[in-house]
Write a protein that binds this ligand. Structure first.
Ligand code: FDA
Ligand code: NAD
Length: 427
């Protein structure tokens, strides 16, 4: 049993949705493109799962956040794909891939062949078991990667109103889920191994601002330690979390966000890998010229960083690498290498921030931390490498993005600190 397509997108997440829109914009004919996804719904804006989806009132639900609403483009519902002659093979996991034969074998036993493959398999959440902790499959322990996880998290939250949650992991999931739990009237103890939250982006000073805000919302912090085991009731539900430092935290529910692994497994030994992802060139092409990789699974050269290869785990890069791959496939002569400016953001409670570039070099903070109007610049070899801004306006975010993109020259760090946002506006 088998079907053949000119183009196959493997994975039905953010990158798949943006790639599909780009194919349609570029005039793809009916019947040429197929999307295979383990998820049973059309591609959606995954960031909604830790934000609008978890709100206690008027929560976001599909179809409202299908791609590509995240950048105010068309909302691609299942009907949209049908109208454009795109074949959807949903609720179907691909079990093996053969890039020499150009075939994918699905769990239902179907062989799907392609001329060009776009790998958009994203990533999976790391499990506590991978760190030697048992029992995270209990019904009140939640991970968060896909719609099914988010729906379960909502159910568990609803059953714990007024109770206690332990949030494990000091990164994005920890930060955004803690805020969601508080909004759902659940008391949170946030546990992570680092000295401060969001170690991948925040400086200690920025983290301290956020941690004080979280404390003012009633969040209890336990830093510098990890979970070692769970206590359970007779039904298997977790009732307490035991930490390495010996503490015991009673818990009605647990949320775990301890990082991800890119879903590269189908292609190990077949394609070149780097930085935990599938290595691609500036056109998103892998070491096999008929295969492209985009989104969280792709490690691509960043021109701005001297073509250093990075694997980014953010929605903006998923959107842009996907569109670029389709441009490179359909208009090879006019598509050069992607010139990408890394962009990360988050929104929690009434706070929000954006970061552009790379957080390397010497840091200068600016603005007023007491009023929540502040930012930071990272400077290396006299050039601006990265910029962070809290609660900025569109113009302000555009200004810092432009200054980083141009790697603005910084002559005097003290002057930069004094100028703050003005520096970016003068670039
Ligand atoms: P994505 O994970 O979206 O999609 C991968 C798809 O491949 C899935 O449909 C999966 O089922 C499918 N798949 C994998 N293996 C398969 C197989 N063998 N067979 C069939 N299908 C397979 N970023 C950001 O910048 N700002 C934000 O606010 C957030 N917020 C956020 C919240 C939450 C809860 C998460 C989990 C993540 C974010 N992110 C984010 C990160 C962002 O969502 C992420 O970078 C993109 O979803 C990556 O898009 P991809 O398409 O690469 O993977
Ligand atoms: P993360 O990499 O942001 O943070 C992982 C955290 O887990 C770190 O604080 C780390 O110190 C901690 N940790 C690692 N091992 C641990 C262990 N054994 N025990 C306890 N803590 C441990 O990952 P995440 O928060 O799980 O997020 C998952 C993915 O979702 C990431 O790719 C992230 O970019 C994405 N995401 C992004 C956003 C956003 O951009 N706003 C929001 C939500 C999720």
């Amino acid at each position: 049993m088998g079907r053949a397509f000119v183009y196959v997108i493997l994975g039905g997440g953010v990158a798949a949705g943006y790639a599909a829109l780009e194919f349609v914009r570029r005039g793809i004919s009916h019947g040429k493109l197929c999307i295979i996804s383990e998820e049973s719904v059309a591609p959606y804006e995954r960031p909604a799962l830790s934000k609008g989806f978890l709100l206690p009132e008027d929560p976001a639900r599909l179809p409202s956040f299908h791609t590509c609403v995240g950048v105010n483009e068309e909302r691609l519902t299942p009907e949209w794909y049908r109208e454009h002659g795109i074949e959807l093979v949903f609720g179907t996991k691909v079990k093996s891939a053969d890039v020499r034969r150009k075939t994918l074998l699905t769990a239902t036993g179907e062989t799907i062949s392609y001329k060009i493959l776009i790998i958009a398999t994203g990533a999976r959440a790391l499990k506590l078991e991978e760190f030697g902790v048992r029992g995270s499959d209990a019904e009140n322990v939640c991970y968060l990667r896909n719609l099914a996880d988010a729906s379960r998290l909502v159910d568990v939250m609803r059953s714990c109103t007024g109770g206690n949650a332990v949030v494990v992991g000091g990164g994005y999931i920890g930060m955004e889920c803690t805020a969601a739990l508080v909004k759902n009237r659940i008391k949170v103890t946030w546990v992570f191994p680092g000295k401060h939250c969001m170690g991948r982006v925040f400086t200690p000073k920025i983290a301290s601002f956020y941690e004080e805000y979280y404390k003012s919302m009633g969040v209890n912090f336990i830093k510098g330690t990890v979970v070692t085991s769970f206590e359970n009731d007779s039904g298997g539900k977790v009732t307490a979390v035991i930490l390495k430092d010996g503490r015991r935290l009673p818990a009605d529910m647990v949320v775990v966000g301890i990082g991800i692994r890119a879903n590269t497994g189908l292609f190990e030994g077949q394609l070149n890998m780097e930085k935990g992802g599938i290595k691609v060139n500036g056109r998103m092409q892998t070491s096999n010229s008929s295969v492209y990789a985009v989104g969280d699974v792709a490690a691509f050269p960043i021109k701005l960083f001297g073509n250093d290869v990075r694997r980014l785990e953010h929605v903006d890069s998923a959107r842009k690498t996907a569109r670029h791959a389709v441009a490179a496939i359909t208009a090879p002569c006019t598509t050069g290498d992607l010139d990408y400016l890394p962009f990360f953001y988050s929104r929690v409670f009434t706070l929000s921030w954006q970061f552009y570039g790379d957080n390397v070099g010497e840091v200068v903070h600016f603005g007023d931390f007491s009023s929540g109007r502040f930012g930071a610049y990272w400077v290396g070899k006299g050039r601006l490498m990265g910029a962070f801004l809290e609660s900025g306006s569109r113009e302000e975010y555009e200004a810092i993005a432009k200054a980083v993109k141009l790697k603005a020259t910084v002559k005097d760090m003290a002057k930069l600190e004094g100028e703050g946002l003005e520096f970016a506006f003068q670039v």
